[in-house]
Design a protein. Structure first.
Length: 108
């Protein structure tokens, strides 16, 4: 995950390693509840949340998940999907009351 979470190299050195921030984010995700209830051995919740928001805004999470998905897929198949599937049961038509009356006026 390191290539996706690199520092820009500008400014002062960060107070917390990216790994610590990831551990805190994953802990909160797993445990649930308020971010302010993070254990004291993790970075401050404000720091963790600020970094989470920054990664969300700049697309880091999307790039990270896409890269990890490619790596996992490469173990057994092509890195990118080549086809998709649509579930025909998702769209119900026919004798359903909502589908039949929504397009035709009701006769009395």
């Amino acid at each position: 995950m390191e290539p996706y979470l690199r520092n820009s190299g500008l400014g002062r050195p960060p107070l917390h390693h990216k790994r610590e921030l990831l551990h805190a984010i994953f802990y909160q995700l797993r445990a649930g509840g308020a971010m302010a209830l993070l254990p004291h051995d993790l970075p401050l919740w404000r720091t963790v949340y600020k970094q989470f928001e920054a990664w969300r805004e700049d697309g880091t999470w999307d790039r990270l998940l896409a890269g990890l998905r490619r790596q996992v897929r490469q173990l057994t198949r092509e890195p990118e999907p080549t086809a998709g599937a649509i579930d025909s049961q998702s769209i119900r038509i026919g004798s359903q009351r909502g589908a039949a009356t929504a397009t035709r006026p009701v006769s009395k």
